[in-house]
Design a protein around this ligand. Structure first.
Ligand code: SF4
Length: 768
C-alpha cells in the first residue's frame, strides 16, 4: 500500500487515519515525491524478482490519493509500471473517496490500467452520517458522479468496487440496495474499527447487532442471486469450504501487506493506527531496508503464523478456521496486547454459524474429500509417476482430471448466469451436446483453466480475469465445431482473442465489446462503427484468409517429436508464469524457436528415451518468455496451466533440460490436484542444496521431483562424455542434491502416507 498523499478533502468521523489514537500523519510530507516512489518501486521489484512472485498488487492510498495532481500521479504510475512490470505482473489499484474523480484521471487510469475502489456508505442519509466535507456538507452527489464515470464503458474496467463501512444505525437493506444500484464489480462491507479499549457501539440489550445487520444483507444478497461478490461473505464461504479468505479480515491467511508512507517509511498494516500511538511504526525505510526486513519484524511475522498466532480462546473456537480471530487490530486490549479474540467475537461467531446454517449442505461449498493415501488414484499411478516412469495412460488420466477441474471452474464463472456470461455459456453448453470434441479440445487449452481460475468469484474480490471472456472460449469452440454463432465478445486493447485459435486485431486499440459472428467459412466483427470480415476460402486453419477491416493473427504450432505443439504467444492469460511472457514472435525468431525445439527433441530422445514419448504426447503448449538480460536460462510452469511450459530461447540441449524439468513440475502439479502428498498446514521449511534459503515443503517436493529427471539426463550424458566431464560432475551434483532433499522431506514430518510413498519411489529411482 503506497501512501501517495497524506491529507484528505473529506472529514469522515469514522476515519482511522485522522480520528483515532495514532496521529503520525501530522508529521508526514503531504505527498510522496518521485524519489520516494522510485525507491519504493525498486524495493518492490527487487522483492518480486528475489521471490519470483508472478504478481504484485500495489494500492495507491492516502489520505486521498486524488489530491495528487494528474501530472504527479502520472509520474508515479509510470515509475511503478516501468520498474516492476519487467519482473512481475503488476496489479495497480487505488482506494479513493471518489469526490475528485474526473475524465482526466479516468483516462490516466485507463492508460496505466489502475483499478479504482471508491468509498461509499450507502444511500444519502447513510453516507451523510459520517462521510462529509469539513464544512459539514454532503459528499454523496460528488461520489455518485465519480462512480458514474467509472461505470462508463470506456472506464468500466477501472472500476474495482465499493468499500462501505457498516453503521448499524442505517437500514441494512437500504444500504445494500443503494450500493447495488451503482453496479460495483465487488462490494466490501467493513466493520467499523474498534478495539477492546474503544469497543464498537452496541444498542442496549443487543448482543450481536453487527451480525444481525450483516445477515439482513446476506439474506437479500442471496435472494438476489449474489449479483456481485461481497468480500466478507465470499471469504467466509471460502474458508468454510477449506479455502483461503484472501484477506486479513477473516480466516487464517498469512499477512501479505505492508504500507509505505509518503516519506518512504515502512509501516505495518494501517488499521493498527486505532490501537496505540506509533503501533504501525517499524523504524525502517524504503531508502535503507528491503521488504524481507519488514516481513521479519515480530509484529508482521506473527500475522503469518496462522493458528499459532491466535489467543488460546480462538485456537479452541469451533469456527476459528473461518473467523481466524478477526482483524488483528480489533483484538487489541491494553495489558494483553493482541492476545485476545476480536472485539467483534460474538458478532463474528453468530454471523458464521448463521451463514453456515443457511447455506446448508446443498449450497455451502463442502470441503473436498482429501485423498491422503492415494487410494482414489488408478492402480500403480502414484508409483509410476514417483519413479519417473509416467506412461501415456497416466497422462490421459491427469488430462481428464485437468479437464474436469476446468469445467468445474467454468460452472462457477457462469454462475449465477449474469448477462456478461449467459450467451457464452448457452453456446458452450449447446456445443457440448452437438460437438463435444470441439469443446473438449478448446477447454483442454491450458490457459482456459488459467483464465477460469482468475475469473472465479474470489473471496479477495480481485477479479484478475473477466467472466465476459467466456464468450471468447465459446467462440473458439464454435470455430472448431464449424458452427454458426453470434456472440458479444470483449475487446482488449483492440484485440479479440479466441483461445488456441487466434486473434482479430482491430485497427484502433480500444476496449469494450464487439459482436462476433462466426460461420464455417467467414467471421464478421462489429465494433461501434467499425466492421471487419475474415473469410477462410478453404476453412479455418487451412490457407491464408481474406481479411478486411482488421488483421488476423493465427495461433501457430511448431513441430515437436512425432507431432507438434502450440507456440502460445497470443493468449491474454498466458502471462501467469514466473517470468514475463514475450510478445508476438516474428517469423525469423519463430524459425529459431523451431530449431531450438527440434534440437531439444533430439536431445530428449537421446538422453531420456523412456520419457520422450510421454513428453511428446503430453506437452500441449510452449509460451515464449522474455530473455533474462544476464543470459541466465529461464523456464517456468504455472500450476493452473497443465501441460504448458514457459521457456526463454536457448540451444537444443539446454532447452531439452528445461522442458524435461518443467514437464515434471506440470505432472506433479496435476497429481497434487488429486492427492495430498504433504500436510497443507505444515509451515516448516527445509534446506536444499540448490537454494540458499530454506524452502516450503511444496517447493522442495517440486524441486526434488524435477531434479530426479535432470539427474537422469546428466547420467546419460555422463555415460557418453566419461568421468571428469562437465556432464559427469553435473550428474554427481544433481544426484546428491536430490537424494539429500528426498531424505529431508522424509524427515520433515510433513508428508502424508501418499507423500511418503511418492518420495520413497523418488529415492529408489535414484539408486536404481
Ligand atoms: S469467533 Fe471469536 S473466539 Fe472464535 S475465532 Fe473468532 S474471534 Fe476467536
Amino acid at each position: 500500500m503506497l501512501k501517495v498523499h497524506s491529507r484528505c478533502d473529506l472529514a469522515c468521523d469514522h476515519c482511522y487515519i485522522y480520528e483515532h489514537v495514532d496521529q503520525s500523519w501530522r508529521g508526514r510530507p503531504r505527498y510522496m515525491d518521485l524519489d520516494t516512489a522510485s525507491a519504493a518501486a525498486e524495493r518492490i521489484a527487487d522483492h518480486a524478482a528475489a521471490h519470483r512472485l508472478p504478481a504484485v498488487t500495489v494500492v495507491l492510498h492516502g489520505g486521498e490519493p486524488l489530491l495528487l495532481s494528474p501530472r504527479r500521479m502520472r509520474e508515479i504510475l509510470h515509475v511503478l509500471r516501468r520498474r516492476i512490470e519487467p519482473v512481475s505482473r503488476l496489479d495497480l489499484r487505488m482506494q479513493s473517496n471518489g469526490v475528485r474523480l474526473s475524465e482526466e484521471y479516468c483516462d490516466l487510469f485507463a492508460e496505466y490500467d489502475v483499478r479504482v475502489g471508491v468509498s461509499l456508505d450507502g444511500d444519502r442519509p447513510a453516507n451523510d452520517r459520517h462521510r462529509r466535507f469539513p464544512h459539514g456538507g454532503s459528499s454523496h452527489p460528488q461520489v455518485l458522479r465519480g462512480i458514474g464515470l467509472l461505470r462508463r464503458p470506456a472506464y468500466r474496467r477501472q472500476f474495482a468496487g465499493i468499500l462501505c463501512t457498516v453503521d448499524i444505525a442505517n437500514d441494512p437493506v437500504a444500504v445494500y440496495e443503494a450500493l447495488r444500484a451503482e453496479e460495483p464489480p465487488l462490494l466490501d462491507l467493513l466493520l467499523p474499527h474498534a478495539t477492546w479499549a474503544i469497543p464498537p457501539q452496541r444498542p442496549q440489550g443487543q448482543a450481536t447487532p453487527y451480525a444481525q445487520w450483516l445477515l439482513a444483507v446476506y439474506d437479500r444478497w442471496t435472494a438476489d442471486g449474489r449479483p456481485m461478490p461481497i468480500r466478507l461473505f465470499t471469504s467466509l464461504l471460502s474458508t468454510g469450504a477449506g479455502g483461503h479468505s484472501g484477506n486479513e479480515w477473516v480466516g487464517l491467511d498469512p499477512a501479505d501487506l505492508a504500507t509505505i508512507e509518503t516519506d518512504g517509511t515502512w509501516e505495518q498494516v494501517d488499521s493498527l493506527k486505532i490501537t496505540y500511538p506509533g503501533a504501525p511504526a517499524t523504524g525502517l525505510s524504503v531508502f535503507t531496508h528491503a521488504v524481507d526486513e519488514v516481513s521479519a519484524l515480530p509484529g508482521v511475522a506473527r500475522r503469518q503464523t496462522g493458528l499459532d498466532g491466535l489467543a488460546a480462546t480462538c485456537r479452541a473456537c469451533p469456527v476459528v478456521r473461518q473467523c481466524g480471530g478477526g482483524l488483528f487490530a480489533h483484538r487489541y486490549r491494553e495489558g494483553t496486547g493482541f492476545d485476545n479474540p476480536s472485539v467483534y467475537c460474538a458478532d463474528l461467531k453468530e454471523l458464521i454459524v448463521s451463514m453456515n446454517a443457511r447455506t446448508g449442505a446443498a449450497s455451502a461449498p463442502t470441503p473436498p474429500e482429501v485423498d491422503r493415501e492415494g487410494a482414489d488414484l488408478p492402480d500403480g499411478l502414484l508409483d509410476r509417476i514417483g519413479s519417473g516412469h509416467t506412461d501415456e495412460d497416466d497422462l490421459r488420466f491427469l488430462n481428464g482430471s485437468h479437464l474436469a477441474i476446468t469445467r468445474a471452474l467454468l460452472v462457477r464463472v457462469a454462475d449465477p448466469g449474469s448477462a456478461a456470461t449467459r450467451a457464452g455459456w448457452e453456446v458452450l453448453t449447446r456445443l457440448d451436446q452437438e460437438a463435444p470434441e470441439a469443446v473438449e479440445e478448446t477447454l483442454a487449452h491450458p490457459y482456459v483453466r488459467a483464465w477460469a481460475a482468475e475469473a472465479q468469484p474470489r473471496p479477495d474480490g480481485v477479479d484478475g480475469g473477466t467472466g465476459a471472456y467466456l464468450a471468447c472460449v465459446a467462440a473458439a469452440a464454435a470455430v472448431r465445431a464449424g458452427a454458426r454463432v453470434e456472440l458479444d465478445v470483449p475487446v482488449r486493447a483492440g484485440v479479440i482473442h479466441l483461445p488456441s485459435v487466434g486473434a482479430v486485431v482491430l485497427p484502433i486499440s480500444t476496449t469494450g465489446t464487439a459482436t462476433l459472428t462466426v460461420t464455417p467459412r467467414d467471421w464478421t466483427v462489429r465494433h461501434g462503427s467499425e466492421r471487419a470480415r475474415i473469410t477462410f476460402p478453404d476453412g479455418p486453419g487451412a490457407g491464408e484468409p481474406h481479411v478486411t477491416g482488421a488483421r488476423w493473427q493465427a495461433s501457430r504450432r511448431l513441430p515437436f517429436g512425432r507431432s507438434s505443439i502450440l507456440f502460445e504467444d497470443l493468449d491474454p492469460y498466458r502471462d501467469c508464469h514466473d517470468w514475463k511472457a514475450a510478445e508476438r514472435v516474428h517469423p525469423p525468431q519463430l524459425a529459431a524457436w523451431g530449431e531450438a525445439l527440434a534440437g531439444a527433441w533430439k536431445a530428449i530422445e537421446a538422453d531420456v528415451p523412456h520419457q520422450a514419448s510421454v513428453v511428446g504426447a503430453g506437452l500441449r503448449a510452449v509460451v515464449p518468455l522474455l530473455d533474462d538480460p544476464t543470459g541466465t536460462l529461464r523456464s517456468s510452469t504455472a500450476r493452473q496451466a497443465f501441460a504448458s511450459i514457459g521457456l526463454a530461447r536457448a540451444d537444443g540441449p539446454a532447452t531439452a533440460v528445461m522442458i524435461v524439468h518443467e514437464f515434471q513440475h506440470s505432472v506433479l502439479g496435476a497429481l497434487l490436484d488429486l492427492c495430498d502428498l504433504f500436510d497443507p498446514g505444515h509451515t516448516g521449511r527445509v534446506k536444499v542444496g540448490w537454494r540458499d534459503d530454506p524452502r516450503p515443503i511444496e517447493g522442495v517436493l517440486q524441486g526434488t521431483y524435477a531434479h530426479l529427471a535432470i539427474t537422469n539426463i546428466w547420467r546419460q550424458r555422463a555415460g557418453r562424455d566419461g568421468a571428469g566431464s562437465v556432464a559427469y560432475e553435473r550428474h554427481r551434483q544433481y544426484r546428491q542434491w536430490t537424494a539429500e532433499a528426498a531424505d529431508a522431506l522424509r524427515g520433515s514430518g510433513a508428508l502424508t502416507p501418499a507423500g511418503e510413498r511418492f518420495v520413497g519411489r523418488i529415492a529408489e529411482a535414484l539408486t536404481s
